[in-house]
Design a binder for this molecule. Structure first.
Ligand SMILES: Cc1cc2nc3c(=O)[nH]c(=O)nc-3n(C[C@H](O)[C@H](O)[C@H](O)COP(=O)(O)OP(=O)(O)OC[C@H]3O[C@@H](n4cnc5c(N)ncnc54)[C@H](O)[C@@H]3O)c2cc1C
Length: 430
């Protein structure tokens, strides 16, 4: 990749060479006729691009999901729906196939490259960008972005300046700041008049009070229903896998739910999380089961009885947490102990101390409001010629490939429009 002084002028400057910026520059290049078309410069502050693509999906890159709907995202769902309609998961599959990357669907609905390595995805994107004659400048951190006095924009970067007719801002959010996505893009957008909603870590593990029993269960995973209440009202309830860790809790259900806790805490609201370790079961149902077990297998130990329904390690720890002896016969458990156990099984308060921070968050909740962009093109409504794509926008998806789908889709729309081609034909405008 070229690292020479980037001064001069181009038609389209793309700031940020992550998933969204790479897509935007490639699509702009494809639509503008490759090397003979408009000049496109892709700038990134990092010396090596694609850090997040490489670490994603445990190094396998969960590119998208076979069923992508607005309800998989948080943000203005009316706008999200319109954006997603322009470039679907099927379009993603086709587009990657055109770059030689075949995707496979796993039972969960997640799509990964058949090679099971994220490098395949990054290499394909960079190769396509190069083939199209896109200038990629690594180690070029953009520090200023202004409207030019004549037309277009002036970008100031670590090696000089660049004039561009159109600019696509694809600087990501604040998660994993060492990757280069440290939130500076929000300042660039703000200086051009955009607002930025509160940004908090999302898809982030949660740290529990050190007095809690999580450490003794580290490595154990179990199915739960997790409920987050904010100011006394249920803000979110979802089921899935929880992973106990040395610091607290992680796993898909925790990561997906974390944004509700982080957002509420940021706003100074009272946020609490509790878990039902017998998903779908009410305390009454659990009580009936318990009474049945106590009368039919009275001599079985309490821990072995509970282990019929939850992992044994967890059963033992939960007994102690509820003040019961794990080895006592189930028929000898007194009513008060039984009720404490049932409450712990179906509505255990998880004492969250904090989220684990930006170094462990997979995405950012919050960003530039979607209402400030034209969803047909991702062009700013405030600054003509400026486009915003990917995680910088106020939209975050749940785990499963939805955040990359947002990056591909928004990158597609902006790349196409910045190349001078306008909205996609037939793109529904609600
Ligand atoms: C560990 C982890 C695993 C993940 N796994 C998945 C997954 O499997 N599936 C999924 O859908 N999502 C996953 N995600 C989320 C996904 O990676 C992001 O949503 C996506 O990468 C966002 O793309 P983006 O292009 O908007 O931003 P980024 O990928 O963050 O790219 C932004 C780029 O802009 C550059 N930049 C920032 N500021 C400047 C500046 N001032 N000047 C120049 N360059 C700048 C940065 O260096 C960076 O290269 C994961 C995230 C993490 C952290």
């Amino acid at each position: 990749m070229s690292n020479v002084e980037a001064s001069g002028a181009c038609d389209v400057a793309v700031v940020g060479a992550g998933a969204a910026g790479l897509t935007a520059s490639i699509v702009a290049g494809e639509r503008a006729g490759g090397k003979t078309g408009r000049s496109i410069v892709l700038l990134d502050g990092a010396n090596r691009i694609g850090a997040k693509i490489l670490v994603s999906g445990g190094g396998r890159c969960n590119v998208t999901h076979d069923a992508v709907t607005p309800s998989d995202y948080f943000g203005n769902r009316r706008i999200i729906k319109n954006v997603l309609a322009a470039f679907s998961a099927a379009d993603t599959v086709e587009w990657f196939a055109s770059m030689g990357v075949t995707l496979k669907r796993e039972d969960t609905g997640k799509l990964f490259p058949v090679t099971d390595t994220a490098r395949t995805v990054l290499t394909a994107l960079v190769t396509r960008a190069r083939t199209l004659g896109i200038t990629i400048r690594t180690g070029h951190r953009v520090s200023g972005l202004e409207k030019s006095v004549s037309a277009g924009f002036v970008l100031r970067h670590s090696h000089g300046s660049l004039n561009a007719k159109n600019v696509i801002l694809a600087t990501g959010g604040r998660s994993i700041p060492r990757s280069g996505s440290d939130g500076f893009g929000y300042s660039l957008a703000r200086r051009l008049g955009h607002s930025v909603t509160t940004t908090v870590p999302a898809l982030v593990p949660l740290v529990l009070d050190a007095q809690m029993f999580h450490q003794s269960l580290s490595g154990l995973s179990q199915e739960i229903t997790m409920t987050t209440t904010v100011n006394g009202h249920t803000a979110d309830t979802r089921s899935g896998s929880l992973l106990w860790t040395h610091f607290g809790i992680s796993g898909p259900v925790v990561m997906d739910a974390s944004r509700f806790w982080t957002l509420a805490r940021e706003r100074g609201e009272d946020a609490f999380v509790h878990a039902n370790f017998l998903p779908g079961q009410t305390p009454e149902q659990v009580r009936a089961w318990f009474v049945h077990e106590a009368s039919h297998r009275p001599r079985r130990s309490l821990v072995n009885t509970l282990a019929l329904r939850v992992p044994e390690r967890f059963a033992e720890v939960l007994c102690r947490h509820a003040g019961c002896s794990p080895q006592q016969a189930v028929a000898q458990v007194c009513r008060a102990d039984r009720e404490r156990l049932i409450a712990a099984l179906t509505k255990l308060a998880l004492p969250i101390e904090r989220e684990r921070g930006w170094n462990y968050a997979e995405v950012t909740a919050g960003g530039v409001p979607l209402e400030e962009i034209d969803y047909r093109t991702m062009e700013s409504k405030l600054v003509p010629g400026l486009y915003l794509v990917g995680e910088i926008l106020d939209c975050d998806g749940r785990i499963g490939g939805f955040n990359f789908q947002w990056a591909w889709t928004t990158g597609f729309l902006a790349g196409r429009a910045a190349a001078g081609l306008g909205p996609r034909r037939g793109h529904h405008v609600a």
